[in-house]
Design a protein around this ligand. Structure first.
Ligand SMILES: [Zn+2]
Length: 350
């Protein structure tokens, strides 16, 4: 007991000497998602306590302005910011049982608290982010006849946007032109607008001219050499990024991986199913690998390799407008089926 009082006094003394400041608080709230972002003056440490409808995040040593914000008709009913003797408390009260994830962002240091309903199937898919791979100084793979991956995937993405808009979805692209966008910026963009679904579009390439077909990836450890090689190629763009980000895929620590894993697998399966029904090229199946561009996306997220531009026949197909449009149509149908499954809670996986 004496020891714990000693530690308490020591902590109080230390924190009073080196108090840390919460520089700002931002929040957004809707019926299906809530986010609190704390801007801090140093790398944050925190403790979490949860009850059925309350999440308490304690920041030892921090000081900040006390506040209570209430939200009508939202997943979160109120957020309280409370100064305590040795901690600053962020208390989030929800209107229903919930799940949460907390993660840090740098430059400036931020702590992000995301809240979702316990029952994920109550999430409605409304905002879709399409990510055409590569762009600008990064051409991606170069195929037969000199075709560039970055051009093919942009055209497919633009067709896909049109199909999805017709379905009433809100669609955003990480790039609409031939520009270079770092991988991390693509993820940040999706999270900033609160994407409900993220799809990255790429073309495959192989040393074997005979390799062909389409495959869809979700984020997890690669299970075979081909999947590892595909991820290595798609991740290699970080070398062109300035400054070079030293990214680590701390897979077990990343809650977002687990959060949307089932949904991402389901989305990948539905895309493969639809592509299989209308493309003449082979279905290579659903796969997993560690792609930087999928890591940290707070929504179901997949990467589609629409075909091999290293295969002479497939490369010829991929440069044709009608084939690009057909791929986009199949992907759009897969996404629409996914949104309905999520809304109707039809699938057994969830
Ligand atoms: Zn690519």
């Amino acid at each position: 007991m004496r020891k714990s009082i000693g530690i308490f006094l020591l902590l109080t003394f230390s924190f009073s000497l080196f108090s840390l400041e919460i520089k700002g608080v931002r929040y957004s709230c809707s019926p299906s998602k809530a986010r609190v972002v704390l801007t801090l003056d140093s790398y944050p440490y925190y403790n979490v306590e949860r009850e059925e409808k309350t999440l308490k995040v304690y920041l030892p040593g921090y000081e900040g302005e006390e506040k209570k914000i209430t939200f009508p008709n939202s997943l979160v009913s109120s957020i309280k910011l409370v100064a305590q003797p040795v901690s600053f408390l962020v208390e989030v009260n929800t209107t229903c049982p919930f799940q949460y994830q907390i993660f840090r962002l740098g430059s400036p240091e931020r702590l992000v608290i995301d809240i979702f309903p316990q029952n994920l199937s109550s999430i409605n898919i409304r905002k879709v982010v399409i990510d055409p791979g590569h762009g600008g100084k990064d051409p991606g793979a170069i195929g037969w006849g000199g075709i560039k991956e970055k051009d093919i995937v942009l055209r497919v993405a633009l067709y896909l946007r049109n199909f999805l808009v017709q379905e009433g979805l809100e669609v955003y692209l990480t790039r609409r032109r031939d520009v270079f966008v770092p991988l991390k910026k693509r993820v940040e963009f999706a999270n900033k607008i609160g994407a409900d679904l993220f799809i990255s579009i790429h073309c495959n390439s192989s040393l074997s001219r005979r390799a062909c077909g389409f495959e869809t990836y979700y984020l997890s450890e690669a299970l075979d050499d081909h999947a590892r090689a595909v991820a290595r190629v798609e991740n290699s763009v970080v070398k062109l990024e300035n400054p070079v980000e030293k990214w680590k895929l701390t897979i077990l620590e990343d809650l977002s991986l687990l959060e949307f894993r089932k949904e991402s697998i389901l989305l990948a399966q539905l895309l493969q199913e639809k592509l299989d029904a209308c493309l003449p090229t082979p279905n290579r199946g659903v796969k997993s690998a560690l792609f930087y561009v999928l890591k940290g996306v707070h929504a179901p997220a997949v990467l589609v390799e629409i075909g091999f531009i290293s295969n002479p026949w497939e490369a010829r197909m991929l440069r044709k407008s009608y084939f690009q449009r057909e791929i986009a149509r199949c992907i759009s149908e897969g996404i629409v089926k996914f949104t309905r499954k999520i809304a109707l809670r039809e699938n057994e996986i969830l």
